[in-house]
Design a protein around this ligand. Structure first.
Ligand SMILES: [Zn+2]
Length: 202
């Protein structure tokens, strides 16, 4: 049994991070790790067709590899956020290295939104980011699209549990691309059937 919904206890333990969106009539799609050559273009086309504004938490080194895809994300009206330069794991990285990775990415992504890779962040790193004016964005519903043991069909089934205010976690990376393409159109359909709207994080 995999946890798709983050328990309230965990959310309250990390109260200095933002878990939920403000508007309960909306859901907030987030796509981490891009831009990537296997899924980002496909994703942008789908989101345009379905009119789903989303938030992309981008990795600095990926932006440097795919500047055009990054510009397309921005020009299509999606929000962007910082997801470090090399996808560093907070608890395995010194605060100094971590913050310099974030700052290096700030030069590429103009945003106060930040999402820690793997959701891992030490207290020191969290305080330093707050001091720099970053808003640390987590999620309430995790697609687990990176998890080999989770099928696209089970992601679609779990999407029936999505509710207003949820921040939804997906990935735009090579590992998740195949699964994303299979499940995302259905997940969007399910959310539309619930009469929920879509918003970017701010
Ligand atoms: Zn990530």
């Amino acid at each position: 049994m995999y946890l798709f919904r983050v328990p309230y206890l965990i959310q309250s333990l990390f109260g200095q991070r933002q878990w939920k969106g403000d508007d309960l009539n909306c859901v907030y799609f987030t796509f981490d790790d891009g831009p990537d050559e296997r899924s980002t273009q496909w994703l942008l086309d789908l989101l345009s067709k379905e009119k789903v504004p989303s938030t992309f938490f981008c990795v600095g080194s990926q932006i440097e590899k795919h500047p055009k895809l990054y510009n397309d994300i921005v020009s299509k009206g999606h929000a962007v956020g910082n997801h470090t330069y090399n996808h560093e794991k907070g608890n395995k990285t010194s605060t100094e290295t971590y913050i310099s990775s974030v700052n290096k990415t700030d030069a590429l992504v103009n945003s106060h939104l930040f999402r820690p890779p793997y959701g891992r962040l030490t207290k020191d790193q969290s305080s330093s980011l707050k001091q720099e004016g970053k808003k640390i964005i987590m999620w309430t519903w995790n697609s687990q699209d990176y998890n080999q043991n989770v099928s696209p069909e089970s992601i679609v089934r779990k999407a029936t549990l999505i509710k207003g205010g949820d921040i939804l976690l997906f990935h735009s990376n090579p590992k998740s691309a195949g699964k994303l393409k299979k499940c995302l159109p259905e997940v969007i359909r399910i959310i539309k059937e619930k009469n929920l709207k879509f918003k970017t994080l701010a």
